[in-house]
Design a protein around this ligand. Sequence first.
Ligand SMILES: CC(=O)SCCNC(=O)CCNC(=O)[C@H](O)C(C)(C)COP(=O)(O)OP(=O)(O)OC[C@H]1O[C@@H](n2cnc3c(N)ncnc32)[C@H](O)[C@@H]1OP(=O)(O)O
Ligand SMILES: CC(C)C(=O)C(=O)O
Length: 528
Amino acid sequence: MTETNPAPQPASRQDDANRVVIFDTTLRDGEQSPGASMTFEEKLEVADLLDALGVDVIEAGFPIASEGDFESVTEIAKRLKNASVAGLARASDKDIDRCAEALRAARRPRIHTFISTSPVHMKYKLQMEPARVLELVASSVTRARNHVAEVEWSAEDGTRTELDFLCRAVEIAIKAGATTINIPDTVGYSTPAEYEELFRTVRERVPNSDKAIFSVHCHDDLGLAVANSLAGVRGGARQIECTINGIGERAGNAALEEVVMAMRTRPDVLPYHTGVDAKLLTRASKLVSAVTSFPVQYNKAIVGRNAFAHESGIHQDGMLKNAHTYEIMTPESVGVTKTSLVMGKHSGRHAFREKLKELGYDLGENALEDAFRRFKDLADRKKVVYDEDLAALVDDEIVTANDHIKVLALMVMAGTHGPQSAALTLDIDGEKVTHQATGNGPVDAIFNAIKALAPHDATLELFQVHAVTEGTDAQAEVSVRLSEDGKSVTGRGADPDTLVAAARAYVSALNRLIAKRAKTKPEAMQAG
Ligand SMILES: CC(=O)SCCNC(=O)CCNC(=O)[C@H](O)C(C)(C)COP(=O)(O)OP(=O)(O)OC[C@H]1O[C@@H](n2cnc3c(N)ncnc32)[C@H](O)[C@@H]1OP(=O)(O)O
Ligand SMILES: CC(C)C(=O)C(=O)O
């Protein structure tokens, strides 16, 4: 240890014993995800947001890896206002010196140097004797401490390392001046109980272990990265290395948003805290997803689009009565504006009524029941029912409530070999009537069937189709304009089946025409 670089007080000891340092490695281990490379500008944008998020350390890159990595670590080192900036370096003089050079302008530079300690890594990858590895632990940490005050040393593949050897290596690293000791689960092999015990044992056995902060760094090969990280903290670690959205080598690293929110939500069993402003978690997730082009899975904890969405009627009913029934944290606490009650085939009446209210509809009980029946029918046929779908459906319901003519059933034969035909069943003033017609295309066949069942002289002036939402299962909204005696009316129909929507739209226009005639000639209430 040198006089020029006195060891700083680790963040957890400055504050209190249960403060956990958050070391974000999105820009280093996260970028090691195949396909996740970020441009220089994107890295700066992510670094700025991580700094605002309140992480304690940002691992900005591996300066020896490339000119680009060197430049981005250099620039991030210059601009960060709060967090320490770390650069990764092998146990090699040139790596450490290059890293120190990149970190020169940082307010709080940290060199993170590592070497493998497991038998398989030492023998096959490094091709070094264990004694040589121990020598490199001492020399690399010493060299790093000659450059900066914060030095982190990592025992790569620590969880597959023989315990006695690991303790020896940690002891040497602390003696050489390491301020943070990281024991990574490099290949995601450990289990929570094992990892917790490992930290407890190493901290108990290594002399002066209280001079360094112990750190976890977990990979998700068995889906245990977050559980292992929290277990390591229970075993005495006070730094968690993690990434936004859990991106990282292979199956990824522990997700920052998950470890932070686990500690916030369960202080009874995880009585630890961090300096992270959780309200920025969703924004950070979106930014990292955008710059890496890695989509966030819908059901991802904390930041997935379904994390605060409820579709099932029973859950929605519970949520409307009290959000604690199905939410263990508020969406606002992680920067999501609000819970969403998604309307779908599993939704019930409580949520349907609430959603309509939100959309500005106040239906009576009967109309609501009819609209609910049609909504269930729509949800059975359509993956997602959007607000626009509901509005189209209810508008249709309101408009058709007093109609003389209603579409009951439609069967269309269409294809390359015409003529196309349509078998249509209508309810005309309570009477069920069916007709099969042919036409020049399926729509023409449908309109011919309507004309046969409800004869009229109106002229078709407009036929227009548009999709209410996106996707191949989107509802089609069809508009039909009919004119008669210089008066024109427009009818609309919505349905995932464009032809059904066309039939509804034509019939809707016809109903309006009948209503118009009734107003001017009360005796002519009948169609045709
Ligand atoms: C667990 C982790 O995430 S570790 C970080 C992994 N990240 C990366 O590897 C990304 C950046 N890496 C790179 O750009 C390149 O691998 C570089 C620039 C670091 C090195 O490139 P090259 O010099 O071409 O070496 P290459 O990558 O092929 O092999 C790695 C060499 O480093 C050695 N090495 C690996 N880890 C260490 C270490 N911690 N300390 C000392 N030497 C090490 C290997 O034994 C091998 O040495 P050899 O050339 O004598 O056989
Ligand atoms: C360099 C170390 C910390 C690492 O990334 C790992 O072991 O996974």
